[in-house]
Design a protein around this ligand. Structure first.
Ligand code: SIN
Ligand code: MN
Length: 208
């Protein structure tokens, strides 16, 4: 894991080339195990549109969306609890988040050919003083970053396999999204595609 100074773009901290190829392969292996107990599923937005990414989760709480809305829940849609967050993933959080608490949610998104993610804010969590840490694996993605207001100016950057982004402070509630991926640009995943891991603190301990 490299501890290079991150690029700062609109308060987003972008750690380019943070993970070595070996660390990336180890993560893919760990995510394979996650997906074996919590299979990827095709989420549906509350308005009934199928999202282009496939997703699954690890940790106490996983993010899901269906006709009933966006939310975190303790179970996969198949009823089983989510597997533990892999240690390899937690160690990345510890290296970059600057946050003493550990994440209780690890969302895993898979982008196949043509998949994208519209501009949105991460705001379904119970506490916004905990940063969001996002890890890119596989194909390159054009990542767009804005501010906390809808419709404002944005900047874009290509995220490559092994890059890590921290959204904290003013960027915690900033709009962001993935316009497109360059399918087949990386050889990390044998069949192509991109995996994004998003770590979040969802449960607000002060509410317990
Ligand atoms: C997300 O915001 O949920 C995903 C971001 C990414 O895929 O880089
Ligand atoms: Mn997001």
């Amino acid at each position: 894991m490299g501890a290079l100074k991150p690029l700062e773009i609109r308060g987003f901290q972008v750690f380019k080339g943070f993970l070595s190829p070996e660390e990336q392969s180890a993560l893919v292996e760990d995510l394979r195990n996650v997906a074996e107990s919590a299979p990827f599923f095709a989420p549906m937005t509350p308005s009934g549109k199928k999202m282009s990414v496939k997703m699954t989760s690890a940790g106490e709480l996983g993010w899901v969306t269906d006709r009933s809305g966006y939310r975190y829940q303790a179970n996969h849609p198949n009823g089983q609890s989510w597997p533990d967050i892999p240690k390899t993933v937690l160690s990345i959080w510890q290296a970059v988040s600057g946050c003493a608490r550990l994440p209780d949610s690890c969302l895993v998104n898979f982008y196949g050919e043509g998949a994208r993610m519209g501009l949105h804010q991460d705001k379904d969590e119970g506490c916004f003083d905990v940063p969001v840490v996002s890890i890119s694996l596989g194909d390159d993605a054009l990542f767009r970053m804005g501010g906390a207001e809808k419709g404002g100016k944005t900047d874009s950057i290509w995220l490559n396999s092994g890059d890590v982004v921290v959204m904290g402070g003013a960027a915690r509630l900033a709009y962001h999204g993935v316009d497109r991926i360059r399918f087949g640009s990386s050889s990390l995943l044998p069949k192509g595609g991109r995996i994004n891991i998003t770590l979040r603190g969802v449960d607000d301990p002060r509410q317990d």
